[in-house]
Design a protein around this ligand. Structure first.
Ligand code: HEC
Length: 138
């Protein structure tokens, strides 16, 4: 009986020590995985700020911090491919509401994100367009 208690006790200590020493899952370092170097605007309008927060929550995991892309995961949105003449705002609404079949890159399809409202998508677009303009993409 006593032997089991000691065994169980040391087992718990080993588990606790392992948890303390475990570094956790590798953090995806979005900054170091960026595909393009961005110039960021000094300030954002309130509308753009709301979009920036929604972007960080919903898009950055694939399209990178502020649209800079993520190596091996997703393309930069601050890229000449996504200038307004080639991808007008309607393309952004469609991408978010319907998803995207991979066609420009080799990252695979983009899933649709149906929880975002039209207003939220408009805010995200305002933010991305602002960063695009700041980087010479119109
Ligand atoms: C799970 C990853 C993922 C997430 C999350 C994601 N995207 Fe995408 N998105 C992609 C990939 C990959 C492509 C490129 C598809 C291709 O090869 O053309 C893409 C393409 C796009 C395009 C281009 C559509 C077209 O017509 O070519 C737009 C616009 C876009 N994404 C916007 C967004 C926005 C805005 C968000 C957040 C609300 C978002 N994406 C979230 C992966 C993602």
């Amino acid at each position: 009986m006593r032997g089991w208690t000691i065994l169980a006790g040391s087992g718990a200590i080993i588990v606790a020590a392992a948890l303390l020493l475990w570094p956790g899952p590798p953090a995806t370092d979005l900054d170091s995985a960026a595909l393009v170097q961005l110039v960021m605007p000094d300030s954002l309008s309130e509308h753009e700020q709301l979009g920036a927060a929604l972007y960080a929550e919903n898009c950055a995991v694939c399209h990178g911090v502020n649209g800079a892309g993520v190596a091996e995961t997703g393309p930069p949105l601050v890229h000449i491919i996504y200038e307004t003449s080639h991808h007008p705002d309607g393309a952004f609404y469609a991408a978010v509401q319907l998803g995207v079949r991979a066609h420009h890159w080799g990252y695979g399809d983009m899933p649709r994100l149906p929880h975002l409202s039209e207003q939220e998508i408009a805010q995200i677009i305002a933010f991305i367009r602002r960063v695009q303009r700041e980087n010479g993409i119109f």
